[in-house]
Design a protein around this ligand. Structure first.
Ligand code: BGP
Length: 465
């Protein structure tokens, strides 16, 4: 047995987001976002027809929730400010009830020794802006920068860790390529424009932050390492590099290096999909890079060379015209979410950031395991015995520890998530929390076995392996 100790001051905690936890309440002044709108229109698209109005009641229970965070060892916690709660129409008037709510929540966290990490955009476009094109419209970039500045002015005296986006590639994939987020378009040219405007918005927010504030600002990216089927097959390797360019380096490079990768630029030119931009925009991206990188890690991407290139539809190009997914035999799976579990991926990401991105300060901003039907693990005391989650965490932390020992500049580990929350179209299908939420009992909370494990992990700043 060895004890794996993490660096002094390591951030232990969890991540969540406003739209997945807060809920909507009569008289709260929140405006409509794409999730509220889509759910009203097509509730059948959401697991068990549960929509964003029925998130985990954090808007009401935040004080109790902060106590539960303390009880589960949090010294830090990430959530997002819902744009449509703070500024209901996306631009214009600020909702005073939202200001009160976020102020009290932030104060409560700090009073309990929990460092707030605040993200600005977690897939939640205000509907008034989506009606005008959302991220396809340059006006949204200006509106976002105004929202970001408003947040910095209102909360920047106390919040010292800010993030411009969570997983900006997801609105691109979900909304404009693979049809799992509103507006459900399949249009790669639009996808590229959306990605560019999200990135530009991020850089402009970084600029605004650095002009007036003294904390750190970064971006949170879901990095899915691309592994070729056969490392000795150059065609597989090339296919994996292309997937990496589209889905990882498309944000990683401009966010940290201030430039898009040359191979991605060449591909986008070949596709004749260069987004609308000015040379000043590129200068803005160049000059306003992040201070801190958040890494969400769930699964790798296994890739092989395209088997049937003739199958391409020239009218409707897609990123996966350039590679095929490889279904590796005997991989370890989370069957509920359908994602591969590959713990070493966390190490590979850290080493990549160390070697190719100047070893910028980073932290694991999400990692976790969603499981369906956890009620079957409830013991006689009413506690969910989620040993699988404890193993999952330890198995990843072991590799993270190794990367840190080898020089990775990793400052913390946040699990997804604190308490079971609303997961977009999956609603409450898969539960990720350290704390169970009973929707049939007005969101009653019960700490799971993993919650007690996490407390000990944080108190001891490591674990016996
Ligand atoms: C990440 C998102 C989170 C969260 C998590 C779990 O991609 O940042 O918002 O939802 O994944 O995934 P899912 O909810 O799809 O199961």
């Amino acid at each position: 047995m060895t004890f794996l100790t993490f660096p002094k001051g390591f951030f232990w905690g969890t991540a969540s987001s406003g739209p997945q936890t807060e809920g909507r309440f009569e008289g709260d002044g929140k405006g409509e976002n794409i999730w509220d709108y889509w759910y009203d229109k097509e509730p059948e698209k959401f697991f068990n027809h549960i929509g964003p109005d029925k998130a985990s009641y954090n808007y009401q229970y935040y004080k109790e929730d902060v106590q539960l965070m303390k009880a589960t060892g949090h010294n830090s916690f990430r959530t997002s400010i819902q744009w449509s709660r703070l500024i209901p129409e996306g631009v214009g008037a600020v909702n005073p009830k939202a200001v009160d709510f976020y102020n009290s929540f932030i104060d409560e966290l700090i009073a309990n020794g929990i460092e707030p990490f605040i993200n600005l955009y977690h897939f939640d476009m205000p509907m008034a802006l989506q009606e005008k094109g959302g991220w396809l419209n340059r006006e949204t970039v200006d509106a976002y920068v105004n929202f970001a500045k408003t947040c910095f002015e209102l909360f920047g005296d106390r919040v010292k860790y800010w993030f411009t986006h969570n997983e900006p590639i997801v609105p691109v994939e979900g909304g404009y390529l693979y049809n799992f987020h509103y507006p459900n378009e399949v249009n790669m040219k639009h996808a590229v424009q959306v990605a560019f405007y999200e990135m530009l918005a991020s850089s402009l927010a970084v600029k605004a932050y650095h002009e007036n504030q003294d904390g750190k600002i970064g971006i949170i990216l879901n990095l899915t390492p691309s592994y070729p089927r056969d490392e000795n097959n150059p065609e597989d390797v090339k296919a994996a590099q292309i997937a990496d360019a589209f889905f990882n380096r498309s944000f990683l490079d401009p966010a940290i290096k201030g430039e898009y990768p040359a191979d991605l630029i060449a591909l986008i030119k070949e596709l004749d999909m260069v987004p609308e931009h000015t040379s000043k925009d590129l200068q803005t991206i160049k000059e306003n890079t992040i201070d801190l990188l958040g890494v969400n890690y769930y699964q790798p991407r296994r890739v092989k060379a395209k088997e049937n290139p003739a199958g391409k539809d020239p009218q409707n190009p897609m990123p996966d015209d350039f590679f095929d997914y490889y279904d590796m035999p005997n991989k370890k799976m989370n069957p509920y979410r359908g994602w591969e579990i590959y713990e070493k991926g966390i190490y590979d990401i850290m080493i990549n950031v160390r070697d190719n991105y100047g070893n910028i300060p980073c932290y694991i901003s999400e990692n976790g395991m969603g499981v369906e039907g956890e009620e079957r693990y409830i013991n006689a005391n009413g506690q969910i015995e989620d040993d699988y989650r404890i193993y999952f965490i330890k198995d990843h932390l072991r590799y993270l520890h190794q990367a840190i020992n080898e020089g990775a500049n990793c400052l913390g580990y946040h699990l997804w998530t604190c308490m079971d929350n609303w997961s977009w179209c999956n609603a409450y299908k898969n539960r990720y929390g350290l704390i169970a939420v009973d929707l049939d009992q007005q969101g009653k909370r019960t700490i799971k076995k993993s919650g007690y494990f996490f407390k000990e992990l944080s108190d001891k700043n490591g674990f016996e392996d």
